[in-house]
Design a protein around this ligand. Structure first.
Ligand code: HEM
Ligand code: HEM
Length: 220
């Protein structure tokens, strides 16, 4: 007997698809030279990351870092069984995917952090670039460019992993990230879900904090 179980709460799903749209927006706005919008997009990503870290501590069970960060041995064991077709009974990220998630969140955080300090040696200066001086801001701008390449590689691996799960294990991981639900055997305990109101309050707090830091300490 199988039953539909909510494995991803709405905040995690909204976070994910908003990040996808905003990373695309950040690339496009930089490419087209729409730098004010590049900054806004970056602040929005920063806000979402701050929210996701808080949600990773107090949010729904599958969103919590303690739930999806397993030891390296569990991750390797999982990868060894990658080619084995078996029913999808995973509630939340698998032990290998959890580390990939952490890596992507960390890369995005570095991207936002260095963006705040970057400059284009012409008329665009991140809000903290002036305070750091030209030399340090230039180095952080280099890192900003390099980290974006790393994000592109990580996203390519992320999508390759989803395709591998579909091809080798016949697992559709994308549908649950859209609908939240997965069919699981009746004996699996559904994860505990945290209140969406708590998520809204944390997102609002993250937005206020990012706005305060940029307006109070930034110079643009
Ligand atoms: C800019 C591109 C992308 C970035 C930065 C990104 C980042 C992430 C992150 C950070 C998570 C963890 C979510 C969380 O726990 O909060 C995740 C999970 C996931 N992403 Fe993406 N993602 C991207 C594109 C995509 C695309 C295009 C798809 C599908 C077509 C996708 C499908 C998924 C799925 C299915 C999961 C859950 C995997 C699982 O079951 O453990 N992602 N992604
Ligand atoms: C608050 C956040 C951000 C600020 C203030 C910011 C600022 C800047 C500035 C001033 C530049 C110009 C550097 C140059 O012309 O060499 C730049 C370039 C760039 N930014 Fe951002 N950025 C932010 C976030 C992001 C994010 C989140 C992404 C992508 C996920 C991103 C992707 C890029 C890319 C691809 C470049 C071009 C790098 C290169 O020329 O090598 N930025 N950013």
């Amino acid at each position: 007997m199988q039953q539909p179980v909510t494995v991803w709460d709405a905040p995690v799903r909204l976070f994910h698809w908003a990040i996808v749209v905003l990373v695309g927006t950040s690339w496009l706005t930089q490419h087209e030279g729409w730098m004010s919008w590049h900054f806004y997009s970056g602040y929005a990503i920063g806000t979402l990351l701050l929210f996701r870290v808080l949600w990773g501590v107090v949010g729904s069970e599958t969103a919590r870092f303690t739930h999806f960060l397993a030891g390296p041995r569990a991750a390797l064991r999982h990868l060894r069984h990658l080619a084995r077709p078996e029913p999808d009974e995973q509630v939340g990220h698998n032990p290998a995917g959890g580390w990939m998630v952490l890596l992507m969140l960390a890369l995005l955080a570095v991207q936002v952090g260095t963006g705040l300090c970057a400059n284009d040696q012409a008329d665009t200066y991140g809000p903290f670039a002036d305070a750091l001086g030209q030399h340090l801001s230039d180095r952080l701008t280099d890192i900003h460019g390099l980290t974006f390449t790393l994000i592109e590689i990580a996203v390519a691996l992320h999508i390759a992993a989803l395709l591998a799960y579909a091809a080798l294990k016949r697992h559709n991981l994308v549908r649950p990230m859209l609908t939240g639900r997965k069919l699981l055997p009746a004996h699996r305990t559904p994860p505990r879900l945290a209140s969406p109101w708590l998520a809204a309050a944390l997102l609002a707090a993250a937005a206020v904090l990012v706005t305060f830091v940029v307006v109070r300490f930034g110079s643009t």
